[in-house]
Write a protein that binds this ligand. Structure first.
Ligand code: ATP
Length: 458
């Protein structure tokens, strides 16, 4: 496959300079691993979410959406195991100040022959000392003791000082589906297999965040939980693997840069788990996860809430706790993959380089830019803007040479540019330029809406 010109630095710079993504709280020196989506970035994000919802909710008759609270009853996190277990044993290298998980150090050193999962902190420290395990970054053996690192952000609820209850910012959205399983099933009369989907924010006090949008401490997840009979669960799992891959490809990711990766180590309750990995400029990394979670989630919530999380089959009268298949993907991580995939630097006939984002038109921030050839055509151009902006996000630009304006639109991936010239005033036609081919055709204004709608549909 052709060598790509994209690097993470180029993407970060383009995002910052063209209004996709800015460092969080930048005027205060930033706030590490938080990012703010700017005017173009928020459109990209919204379009990705709309495409996902259309595919997995609107076009999936057995999937129902919810939008659950970020703050949940703290018992939820006891049932899910996060309150007890969602913390990692971490050690810092005193020489280079890098932070690592002690269990990962042991497993990598022993090439997976030692299962660190079952060890206490003291046993892990003793093993690392005995084998003089070195820092993978600087090669020294100079560790701090292990400290448990809490991955859930805590806040408190209560109006009287000293009488506050700890509440957590959710580290995953899926618990919102599990706790609403009975409500959704009752109100929709859904029959298994059915799924509950959600898009929302999650928060994780990650040990090693970084790589721009890849791993942040606050991020949005698009995910669904499919409730099914246990005997059908592996078929559902295989089906979601296929659907997840197809969605990634349809959105614009090159199939040669996508692959399945089965997990070697499964959570004790899981029957299967795999990621779809994408070849980011930093290497092959997880894009999304698909998990066979057995009946674990609903069983735990039955136990902790005291409510029976059963499904009653209306035909056979059988009662059972459904098995869950989960598909989950981060909006920011997917946006990063799509930006990397779309980025190109092309050499033009005149020797100049144009930077262009070949984004799928359906997710491009602006569908069309309206560019009057000269300032005194702006009245007509604004008329066209008013017409098209009823249907699409449009950009409007009358500053600088037309060549420069095309370049600016190419860099943010706008699939079409419409130029208004003096002929427009005479015959109500415009020139429409295609971002990818740079070909231009003449169209009546009255045909623009249907032409652009057709080309930007997902
Ligand atoms: P990873 O192994 O990368 O930490 P995970 O296995 O913990 O991810 P899940 O809990 O399965 O991830 O979350 C599902 C999806 O949410 C991931 O595939 C990824 O797209 C996204 N995601 C998870 N953590 C983050 C994060 N810190 N920042 C951005 N996106 C994330």
């Amino acid at each position: 496959m052709e060598e790509r010109k994209v690097t993470m630095d180029k993407i970060i710079n383009l995002c910052k300079n063209r209004g996709f993504v800015f460092p969080g709280s930048e005027i205060y020196g930033g706030f590490a691993n938080t990012w703010d989506f700017g005017p173009v970035g928020v459109e990209l994000e919204n379009n990705i979410k709309k495409a996902w919802w259309k595919r997995f909710v609107q076009e999936s008759p057995n999937t129902y959406g919810v939008d659950a609270s970020i703050l949940m009853n703290p018992r939820v996190w006891e049932a899910s195991g996060h309150a007890q277990g969602f913390s990692d044993p971490k050690m810092d290298c005193k020489s280079c100040k890098q932070r690592f998980r002690a269990d990962n150090l042991i497993e990598e050193y022993s090439k997976g022959t030692v299962a660190a999962e079952g060890m206490t902190n003291e046993q892990m420290e003793a093993y690392i000392e005995e084998h003089k395990i070195k820092c993978p970054h600087c090669g020294n053996h100079n560790w701090t003791p292990i400290r448990q690192f809490k991955l859930m952000f805590e806040t408190s609820r209560g109006t009287v000082e000293g009488e506050k209850d700890v509440v957590y910012l959710r580290p995953e959205t899926c618990q919102g589906e599990y706790v609403n399983f009975l409500n959704v099933q009752r109100t929709t009369r859904a029959k298994v297999p059915f799924a509950i989907a959600q898009i929302g924010k999650s928060f994780r006090n990650e040990i090693t965040p970084g790589n721009f949008l890849f791993r942040t401490i606050e991020f949005e997840q698009m995910e669904l939980q499919c409730f099914c009979r246990d005997e059908n669960a592996f078929d559902q799992y295989a089906d979601y693997k296929k659907q997840a891959l197809k969605f990634a490809e349809d959105l614009g990711l090159n199939g040669e840069r996508l692959r399945f990766h089965d997990h070697d180590k499964l959570a004790f309750y899981a029957k299967a788990a795999c990621d779809i990995q994408y070849k980011f400029p930093i290497g092959w990394e997880e894009l999304n996860g698909i998990h066979h979670r057995s009946t674990h989630d609903l069983s735990r919530h039955s136990e902790y809430s005291g409510k029976n999380m059963f499904y009653l089959d209306p035909v056979t009268n059988e009662k059972f706790i459904p098995t869950v298949i989960e598909y989950s993907i981060g909006v920011g991580r997917l946006a990063l993959a799509l930006l990397c995939e779309a980025y190109d630097e092309e050499t033009l006939e005149n020797g100049e380089t144009r930077v262009v984002l070949h984004l799928n038109p359906a997710i491009a921030p602006y569908k069309v830019a309206i560019l009057p050839l000269q300032k005194n055509l702006s009245e007509k151009a604004k008329e066209v803007y008013a017409l098209l902006s009823k249907e699409f996000m449009c950009d409007y630009d009358e500053a600088g040479s037309i060549g420069k304006r095309y370049r600016r639109e190419d860099e943010i991936g706008t699939p079409f540019c419409v130029t208004i010239d003096f002929d427009t005033l005479e015959d109500q036609t415009v020139t429409i330029r295609d971002r990818d081919t740079m070909q231009q055709i003449r169209l009546p204004i009255s045909e623009l809406t249907s032409y652009i709608a057709k080309a930007t549909k997902f």
